[in-house]
Design a protein around this ligand. Structure first.
Ligand code: NDP
Length: 245
């Protein structure tokens, strides 16, 4: 049985990872996000189908350095050995030129996508120490490989995730921790609505003319990456909707 910690499990890709890994039956789930009610609802839904799947939910804002440290240091005894960390919590806010961008949006993206990922990783690594097969999966993005018009700060944060994945792979090699990056193109989740601050119409238009990926498409690929034997590491996977150029 492997214990997996998923950040940002209340929606989209994180939520789909929880559902797909529950189905695999050899995972226990540690789920965190800011919206605890959404996590508890997900837990009920999963356990209505997979009764024996153990799930522990906790509220966490990954931007809050002290809260991350406290939450991970105070996990119940039976949850203190973690095998897999999925660094998924993240967001994009605003799509404006660098001369018009909202500096509050910049802070939220940098604090969540980069600093939050760092805080969670730092405080999870000691909990991976007793795992026979420890693995960290970072959710990057096509935006970590390319830059697109008005994507400036979001792209910068995902380029940082790309660099951190490579750095973690080197730094954590001696501890036997595999580090992989999954970099999706367009996935239909709440991501666009968050980007456009609740403007549902604008969010929906993003998917016009193509079939986007689903959270499940990404989660199934993550399950495959996790299922490889310990001597095999899939370093980096770019996963695009077929119709996204
Ligand atoms: P969603 O908006 O559906 O989900 C984002 C998740 O992140 C939510 O569960 C949210 O939970 C959580 N989150 C956001 N801020 C925080 C925070 N401060 N602390 C803890 N959790 C937080 O979007 P996706 O599922 O699409 O996004 C997941 C990841 O995938 C992100 O890293 C995103 O950058 C990446 N990605 C998404 C793509 C897409 O097209 N959708 C493409 C490429 C990459 P809560 O609000 O409850 O805290």
């Amino acid at each position: 049985m492997r214990t997996v910690l998923i950040t940002g499990a209340s929606s989209g890709i994180g939520q789909a990872c929880a559902a797909v890994l529950a189905k695999e039956s050899n995972y226990r789930l540690l789920l965190c996000a800011r919206r605890l009610n959404r996590l508890e609802e997900l837990k009920r839904r999963i356990q209505s189908t997979y009764r024996s799947c153990e799930i522990l939910c906790f509220e966490l804002d990954v931007r809050d350095r002290a809260a991350v440290e406290t939450a991970l240091a105070n996990l119940p005894e039976s949850w203190r050995k973690i095998d897999v960390l999925i660094n998924n919590a993240g967001l994009s806010q605003g799509l404006d030129g660098i001369d018009h961008g909202d500096t509050g949006d910049w802070d939220r993206m940098i604090d969540t996508n980069v600093k939050g990922l760092l805080y969670v990783t730092k405080h999870t690594v000691p909990l991976l120490a007793n795992s026979e097969n420890p693995h960290i999966i970072n959710i990057g993005s096509i935006a970590g490989k390319e830059v697109y018009p008005n994507g400036n700060v979001y792209c910068a944060t995902k380029h940082a995730v790309d660099a951190l994945t490579k750095a973690m792979r080197m730094d954590l090699l001696a501890k036997g921790i595999r580090v992989s990056s999954i970099d999706p193109g367009m996935v239909e989740t709440e991501f666009s609505e968050v980007r456009f601050k609740g403007d549902k119409e604008r969010a929906k238009n993003v998917y016009q003319g193509l079939t986007p990926l689903s959270g499940t498409d990404i989660a199934e690929i993550i399950a495959f990456v996790l299922s490889r034997p310990p001597h095999v590491n899939i370093n980096d996977l770019l996963v695009m909707p077929t119709a996204q150029a």
